[in-house]
Design a binder for this molecule. Structure first.
Ligand SMILES: Nc1ncnc2c1ncn2[C@@H]1O[C@H](COP(=O)(O)OP(=O)(O)O)[C@@H](O)[C@H]1O
Ligand SMILES: [Mg+2]
Length: 255
């Protein structure tokens, strides 16, 4: 199953991506964490991974990156699959970093002033995800850039489920509406994770977000905040993430 994590900047997408990836790994799944955020570069720290390999850079830069990826990842060893499809095991190790059994693929980052737009990174993310065939014992968790740019670029189209991380902010609620509309049009199931929840904001959040679509309410947590502040691996295990992953697992079984 391929899960796309989206939401407003700072809502907790990267935090939730790592916590979910770790929990699914502990349930015995093979997990690929995809960093599809072109701007922020701290995901590997949260995952406890020291050296991020940047796919587009490893392929020689943006020019021709998509075609080179297709050549590198499409393997005849994949058996009966049509050409230009791949599985996680077909991705050469040189394009992956790893931490505690979780593999991390970082699509691309904006490095320099005036280097041009990041459309190619969106195109590579879209091709990578939509051509990736995921096995029964595998999960792909894709952490994205803030906002809805990846919907515009159709990155979401390659995924089985969207998780919108909503923090207590009006912008987050407005974005949630937009994401729901886009997912309805794209026919992709969408669920919400309320994050940084405190008692005094909980009811306001539920006034804006449909209760039946909320799969977790993650409290505002000092340990999570401090780990991220210090660039440390997230060490906390939360019961709310445990139950969200149980739900995700149940959806996978129905697939
Ligand atoms: N449940 C939480 N409790 C406290 N702080 C949180 C929580 N979730 C995220 N944060 C903090 O919010 C900030 C943004 O989180 P991050 O995951 O980087 O967001 P995004 O990827 O959406 O931009 C970080 O400082 C992070 O530690
Ligand atoms: Mg992030």
């Amino acid at each position: 199953m391929k899960v796309l994590i989206c939401g407003k900047g700072g809502s907790g997408k990267s935090t939730v991506s790592v916590l979910i990836a770790k929990n699914l790994k502990s349930r015995g799944y093979k997990v690929l964490l995809v960093d599809a955020d072109e701007s922020n570069s701290g995901l590997h720290c949260l995952a406890g991974c020291s050296s991020p390999v940047i796919l587009i850079d490893s392929l020689g830069g943006k020019k021709g990156a998509k075609d080179k990826m297709i050549q590198a990842f499409s393997k005849e060893s994949a058996g009966m699959m049509p050409e230009q499809k791949w599985r996680i095991r077909d991705i050469p190790d040189e394009y992956l970093a790893s931490a505690h059994g979780i593999s991390l693929l970082t699509v691309g980052k904006v490095h320099h002033l005036g280097e041009g737009c990041a459309c190619m990174m969106g195109a590579v993310s879209k091709t990578f995800l939509s051509n990736l065939i995921v096995g029964k014992d595998e999960f792909v968790i894709a952490d994205t850039e803030a906002g809805v740019e990846h919907f515009g670029r159709n990155v979401a189209q390659g995924c089985d489920m969207i998780l919108d991380v909503v923090d207590p902010a009006f912008e987050s609620f407005m974005l949630a509406e937009k994401i729901q509309d886009m997912c309805r049009d794209a026919k992709i199931p969408v669920f919400f994770i309320l994050n940084k929840v405190e008692e005094q904001v909980r009811e306001a959040m539920f006034r804006h977000i449909p209760r039946e679509k909320v799969i977790a309410e993650i409290p505002k947590d000092r340990d999570i905040f401090m780990d991220s502040l210090e660039g440390r691996e997230l060490g906390k295990e939360l019961p709310e993430i445990e139950s969200a992953c149980e739900f995700i697992e149940s959806l996978k079984r129905k697939q």
